[in-house]
Write a protein that binds this ligand. Structure first.
Ligand code: ME8
Length: 517
């Protein structure tokens, strides 16, 4: 089908600060967003998937100064590392944006001009606390003094710096009622609910105008007509979502994909996406996105990842150790999406051995080897179906609707759980039916049982392609499913009896420790 006859679906991740190397929290966000992008594509949508890096701001400039490299060089070098990670993770992004891109500067100037034309930008003096790490302003009431006598943000403990300068302000306070109306009219705008409640009570507490430019450093997008100011990094960062679909010049692309269907972000940046961003867009006369979903934070064995604890894990190390697809499966299955999650080597190994090697891998291997051994490697002809056969097939057939329901709510863990329940049921079925015994007396019955098992494996594999594209692809190779029969429109096909299968090779070996735990 031509792309433009399909329904568009525009999906984004947060754009990371490339002030250091990417960590597992970043990888988690990319894996999850990529699974959603792949699911929607296989489900017939024209997906546009944007990701990238947020290169401006004081933090970048300070890090570069501390490392003694030009800021642009730090941004380029580390953005490359983020892009390499995306590629290593198999991310199917359509564009990797860097906020240093020329079209992005143009888009940022365009949204600024529109907000100014709406009368929402004015010059005033800002004095207050600034958190360079989070690039966020703090009201006095949200700060406290730590035991070293430093002023810190009460919620994060980050040390703050006093800032006093002439800056441009955005009339955020003007949008309080419009924002509350938005949350009320579109409860689906913010997910999960806990984040929505957080945002609603924050906005109900009253909004003050927001300082949106800086003059004390120059690493950013210049304010139109006032180049002595650079835009507050969040103004330009959020605008990347518009740049990614051609704003302001490519109106055809923009009209096709905007408003974004889904912004995937972490829970720490919900306020920027659910308060500032829709207010900027309302001011600029641009539609607001349909949904923002905040995932939780990942912790290493329950501990926050931090350079000082020394437990920051390079995602590449985990991929080297466990393989990409098992790792993608682990994170999406183990952590209820939207909640914080903990990971450990033991937990990863447990999932690989139980869910992948046993439940999925063994079922595939047993089914295909028996077809090889008893049916000359050809998919057997199914005979009359018993109630049990029908029920199991019906359960597999329901998986498309069930997983779609979960993916539409960003509950990938529940989609996988539903799929694995059916695999577990199929394992019980094959054990109870004992085709290796019935084959001697009633080969037709054994053939029917194996046909049904192969059919469940086919359906489960197609539906799990978004999570494990390569491994599920190999399982589908084992079942001789052709490349063009692997999207969801083919779920209702049935395997063709008589198709010759290749000699099966195990796709999910048990994990045997290569290193000491
Ligand atoms: O916030 N677990 O960039 P960033 C899970 N540039 N997710 C985590 C995480 C963890 N331990 N640590 C960070 C920024 N993240 C801005 C975004 S968007 C217009 C601008 C997530 O590099 C975090 O929540 O600090 C965010 O979604 C993403 O990684 C980038 O974080």
């Amino acid at each position: 089908m031509a792309a433009d006859s399909k329904t568009p679906f525009y999906l984004t991740t947060a754009i990371a600060y490339p002030n250091g190397a990417p960590h597992i929290g970043h990888a988690y966000e990319y894996i999850s967003a990529d699974a959603i992008a792949r699911y929607k594509r296989l489900d017939g949508f024209d997906v546009r998937f944007l990701t990238g890096t947020d290169v401006h701001g004081q933090k970048m400039q300070q890090t570069a100064a501390a490392e003694g490299v030009p800021t642009a060089e730090l941004a380029r070098r580390n953005s490359d590392r983020f892009q390499e990670l995306q590629d290593r993770l198999g991310s199917s992004y359509d564009r990797f944006i860097r906020t240093s891109d020329d079209d992005h500067k143009k888009a940022s100037a365009a949204i600024w001009n529109r907000m100014a034309a709406a009368g929402d930008i004015y010059l005033d003096t800002y004095s207050g606390w600034y958190d360079v790490r989070d690039e966020a302003f703090y009201a006095e009431a949200d700060t406290s003094v730590n035991d070293k006598g430093e002023r810190v943000a009460t919620d994060t403990g980050h040390v703050l710096t006093w800032t006093e300068e002439q800056t441009y302000f955005f009339r955020l306070s003007k949008y309080q009622d419009n924002l509350l109306d938005l949350y009320e009219a579109h409860p689906e705008y913010i997910g999960p609910d806990v984040r929505r409640n957080e945002v609603v009570s924050f906005v109900k507490g009253g909004l003050t105008d927001l300082s949106i430019s800086r003059t004390t450093f120059d690493w950013g997008v210049p304010v139109p007509d006032h180049p002595e100011h650079v835009m507050y990094v969040w103004v330009d960062a959020l605008t990347n979502y518009l740049t990614g679909v051609g704003f302001p010049d490519d109106t055809a692309t923009f009209e096709r994909y905007w408003p974004a269907n889904l912004h995937i972000i972490g829970k720490d940046i919900i306020r920027f996406h659910c308060v500032y961003w829709p207010a900027f867009l309302m001011s600029a006369g641009i539609e607001v996105p349909k949904r923002v979903f905040a995932h939780g934070f990942l912790f290493n064995r329950g501990e926050k990842m931090s350079k000082s604890i020394g437990n920051v894990v390079d995602p590449n190390t985990l991929i080297d150790e466990f393989g990409l697809d098992p790792l993608r499966y682990f994170f999406l299955r183990e952590v209820p999406y939207g909640q914080d999650g903990s990971y450990s080597t033991d937990a990863i190994i447990a999932r690989i051995n139980a869910d992948l090697a046993n439940d999925y891998g063994n079922l595939t291997q047993r089914t295909c080897s028996m077809i090889g051994k008893y049916f000359d490697g050809m998919i057997p002809v199914p005979g009359d179906l018993t109630d049990e056969d029908e029920q199991l097939l019906a359960r597999a057939d329901e998986l498309h609707a069930r997983t779609r329901w979960h993916y539409d709510r960003q509950a990938m863990h529940l989609a996988l759980e539903a799929t694995w329940e059916v695999l577990a049921e199929t394992n019980r079925y094959i054990s109870a039916q004992e085709p290796w015994k019935t084959v001697k007396l009633d080969p037709d019955r054994a053939g029917t049982v194996l046909y049904i098992c192969a059919e469940v494996v086919r359906i489960a594999s197609i539906l799990t392609l978004p999570v494990m594209p390569e491994a599920c692809g190999k399982v589908l190779d084992t079942l001789a499913v052709s490349d063009n029969a692997r999207d969801f429109s083919h779920l209702t096909d049935r395997l063709d009896a008589g198709t010759e299968l290749p000699t099966p090779t195990p796709v999910f070996p048990r994990y045997e420790a290569k290193t000491e735990q």
